[in-house]
Ligand binder design. Sequence first.
Ligand code: SAM
Length: 329
Amino acid sequence: MRLTDKFGRAIHDLRISITDRCNYRCVYCRTGTNGAAYAELPFADYLRMAGILVSLGITKIRLTGGEPLLRKRIVEFVRDLAKLRTVDGHKPEIALTTNGHLLAEIVEPLKDAGLDRVTVSMDAVDPERFARITRVPNGFDSVLAGVRASRRAGLEPVKVNCVLLRGFNEDQIIPFGMFARDEDVVVRFIEFMPLEEDRVWTPEVVVTLDEIVARMSEYRRLVEVQHQRSETARRYRFDDGVGEIGIIAPVSHPFCGHCSRIRITSDGKLRTCLFSAWDHDLHELMRRGASDEKLVEFILKTIEQKEERHHIGEPGFVPASRTMVHIGG
Ligand code: SAM
């Protein structure tokens, strides 16, 4: 079976948030308070959900949060996920999105357990600015160590995601270009979306794809690289072939028509879109003792309700029912 929604989009990417706690309090994401707003489940529950979704056509699983590395026993969870088999009989691709703070010590065991790829979030390459954004002192060196350890562990290409905010860190564009070349990582800029706790988003704060390309080209010429339809990032290499940049532009160049994702929140709700106005309570059904067949039925019905697209920036835009940290980015 292959999961397909009513717009003909194949659904093959699953993101699982395993906690909505985070050890960073990034200014564009959190209000400044720590802590969870929603429950987290035993790994066995996520594993059962993932197993059913993989049997329906999911081929890639990304673990996220909150900060996923705050969950103890994540290595064992990755090992269990790696035992699942896709419809075609392969191990699902397993990826991790992390702020990287705790990554250096655990990346090798994660790789051995079956992790295939890692994305580290970093919004400045200047340590002081980094601390101002994350509101945690001295984090930069730990994250850099995590990036380097990931490369050493062979999880290449390591991706580094940066959210740009006008007037705040847009001056980091060229330094990130240099960072991509020096550290041999793919740096991907993400346009800021209205998914923050403080509701401070305005279109003016978004640094757009066109602006990023223009600014980076002042440093070195960029050449666009062909990307796959379901890939969210537009890809560019520098003209001398050293270093790759990606730009994820959900605001200025939406890619909803190619969306292949479904999400499980830390408390076991299915979400069909980052901007969904409601969640679908898969865990409640499990808690009441539903059979796998019942869960499959529920998942198929949920996927039928996947939204055609988001409405960022349009009149009457309705904010998502949860913010990014509580969905799983
Ligand atoms: N803690 C992990 C991390 O830092 O990567 C995973 C969760 S975090 C919510 C995932 C990603 O979402 C990060 O790269 C973060 O920068 C991004 N993010 C958070 N709020 C965002 C927003 N409003 N718009 C775009 N990206 C956002």
